[in-house]
Design a protein around this ligand. Sequence first.
Ligand code: ADP
Ligand code: MG
Length: 453
Amino acid sequence: MWKKVLIANRGEIAVRIIRACREAGLQCVTVYSTADKTALHAEIADESVCIGPPVQDSYLNMNALISACQNTGAEALHPGFGFLSESAEFAQLCIDNGITFIGPSPASISMLGDKARAKETMKAAGVPVIPGSDGAVTSVEEAKKIAAEIGYPVLVKASAGGGGRGIRRIDREDQLEEQMSVAKEEAKLFFGNDEVYLEKLIVGPHHVEIQIIADQMGNTVALGERDCSMQRRNQKVLEESPSPLMTPELRKAMQEAAVRAAKACGYYNAGTIEFLVDDDRNFYFMEMNSRVEHPVTEWVTGVDLVQTQLLVAQGKPLPFTQDDIEVRGHAIECRINAENPEQGFRPSPGKIRSLHIPGGPGIRVDSAVYQGYTIPPYYDSMIAKLIVHAPTRSQAIMKMRWALAEFIVDGIDSNIDFQLRLIKNKDFEAGTYDNTFLEKFLADSKNDKDNGK
Ligand code: ADP
Ligand code: MG
């Protein structure tokens, strides 16, 4: 149907999408900022258009992106993740200009972008949600009443939040008024919207998310789960599929809930439903978003997520049903970042003097860096995703150890050694870690260092 697709992103995800488009017989146009002239996604596309300086005026510049489509004749646009991928306004602007937005509908995006409203919709659809306020809370009195009902500690969360921002913990009633007003100010500052809602804090939860993909006829298929409990400041560091705490019954129940969630908002294209799971394996809906960056899911299910996105965006039906999906083996992904874990994970842009990427059976590296490339300081610090796949979890861990040991990036600081220490940790090996693990691990390493160990 289309001949050309424009990729409105950079880094490894842009390269990943270029590869999928090529396999589908499509030409690719990329866009780049003035800081990204030598970036891989700009070099390897069929055509590439400079759209302005970083950051606001390039990858977030809606009009420049639409013009780039018009000038190159691209009929569809893939937003990748981050940047404008979850902007209902941009999705609508593409449609208004006759460009297919490869993602969910603007209506679904705006519904899910309002987390308080999304939670209401899910609750009504019979998806278990974390106890909390029904929608947004406005007055402190109302918040106090709800918090007393659900029990402290509670979280106050920004309705428009994302990226781990706009979440505050409240342990006692006397902290509520102040924390709520801080949360509102933060929400206003970061998201331009000060609406907040209240939620019970689940103690020591596991972050387990279900990947779904849906076509425009309403066929919705769940593609297993990812355990993303290994987080630092609510940002994922390592993820794996299956989750170490998964059972066949729990997966079935969570997948069914995820499909109900997607259907409740008329969702099509790829989507992720994030849940918290407690130690008794109760699960609760947290939020749904449209990120596509999940090689571990691709590996255990054999589904190419980006190819499937291209199909469903063209109005074609899903080429598989739920019965075709089987989770096979175990996959782990480590995010390789240009940062210094010894110095509070300070970003480390600069020139990559030498680079050696691991390989061999069961190893995949999605990256956009090359030897001699200079990482600009304007963007997030992820430089590669290292993914391994093996028949069992312990074999996957062993493979990851050696893949990390083989990975060399010189000239900048990276978190490779840090990931290696995580992978070797006994609690990780036992699969008993939860969302609170990494902060404790970091505190312990700091104490060891302070004590000269
Ligand atoms: P964001 O939109 O920023 O991703 P989420 O609502 O997904 O926000 O929450 C981010 C992270 O915060 C979760 O992955 C989880 O670790 C933690 N979190 C969120 N809500 C709760 C809760 N009710 N109890 C415990 N932890 C939570
Ligand atoms: Mg989230």
